[in-house]
Design a protein around this ligand. Sequence first.
Ligand code: BG6
Length: 481
Amino acid sequence: MIASSSPFSFILFGASGHLATLKIYPALYVLALKKRFPKEYAIVGYARTEMDDASFRKLVEQSIRASMPEVTEKVLEEFLTHVFYQQGQYDSEADFSTLAKKLTAIEKGWKDTVRVAYLSIPPSVFPQVLHNLNAGQVRTDPVPFRCIVEKPVGNDLKSFEELREQLMTNFREGEVYLLDHYLGKEAVRNVYYLRLANPMLERLFKNTLIRHVEITASEPGGIEGRAGYFEHTGTFRDMFQSHLLMISSLLTMRLREGEGTLIESRKNALEQLYLPPAAHLNDIVLQGQYAAGTVDKKPIVGYRQEKDIAPESRTNTYIALKLQSRTSRWEGVPFYLRSGKRMHKKETRISIEFQMPFNVGEGAKPNRLDIILQGEAGMRFHLQTKLGGSEPKFRPLLLEDPLVCFGDCLPEHGLLVLEAINGKQQWFLTFEEVRTAWRLLEPLQVHLDRPETPLFLYPAGSDGPEEAKMWIQKDGLQWLE
Ligand code: BG6
């Protein structure tokens, strides 16, 4: 059972932001509830907003209550005594010194304390924050230090390299933790472990047997008040640059013994992904944007009518992408990745369709394996069986299991934070992986940004643009439902 191995201070920059309130405070509370924290720890929020410890505790408490079906009052009360706030500017060394003094006072008498800085802030303020963490002595030798940076780590290859340079200038490599929360999801990690523990699957995962692979990540949610971030990010950077490429890597990476090789194999698999040759980039990537529609019977405005979104915005909220892998097992198998906001349901799914060498009779469909990671999670083998009668006619035969997490299941941010405190890096991204991802996607991003590249509208609550259906049909396929 994973627990924090030493006292720690967790300093959250951007403490009143969307990610913090939606995911991080609830995840930290769950860790407290499940007794994963030592006696001595502190959660210190830092932001520009004027607040004191008491009002910040209220904010943290509200965010926990809002996202938990029920709370254990005693645990929550005790947890909140570990929560503190420091108001300050990101560009003020003096404010960081005040933060450092506050930390020192809180940590008085603790032994082997670890400091973790979690940067949930706009990339524009990164340089100042990274500099001031050192200058203001928030990071101070010999106290072990971790700096957590959320994906997509930059906005393109160039800004990634700049950010990397700043991180390397200010910290040692082992102190930087590049976080993709999908790598904290048990279901996503399980893509790797399912393969590892079931050699039978590996026998099936072969280009001679597979027709195509589909990876879908759809969500009914919209931009959830994050216009500032999303307008210049879009679904392509937001979901593909890390989440969907990581799932593809976990599916195609070479299995080798020993956990130490996991990062290396994952990185190699990512490097093997490539854009298939095509007459035009439109054959490889397609973008869409949601228009007004209905989600869960509620009317939803179109993306361009959302608060703080430009009325003529061309930001994509849906992407379909075709990729291939050079690994010998997967070479030649097309991978179709798609993701969209304001879709009709929440689902993250890998579907593998197998080849059907000959037609065995009426009703027979290709075999298929679904690994549904989110939504109605499950693993489902689509086979078929003969109907009664003298003619060979078939009906579907489904072998399925709910594939939900059993055992020590923690929220993804909670698990990753614990691993960061404990110095365990294998489920964090490496700089090489992020660079490889940007390199792969950059030509497509440039293409998507061109004003003449089509942007197809789809009604909120649908399963994406009609054009995406025709796009995949051109390859003789259909999106798998
Ligand atoms: C985040 C994106 O990384 O992932 C969001 O920034 C997206 O836009 C979210 O909604 C989806 O995560 P999950 O865990 O709900 O699948």
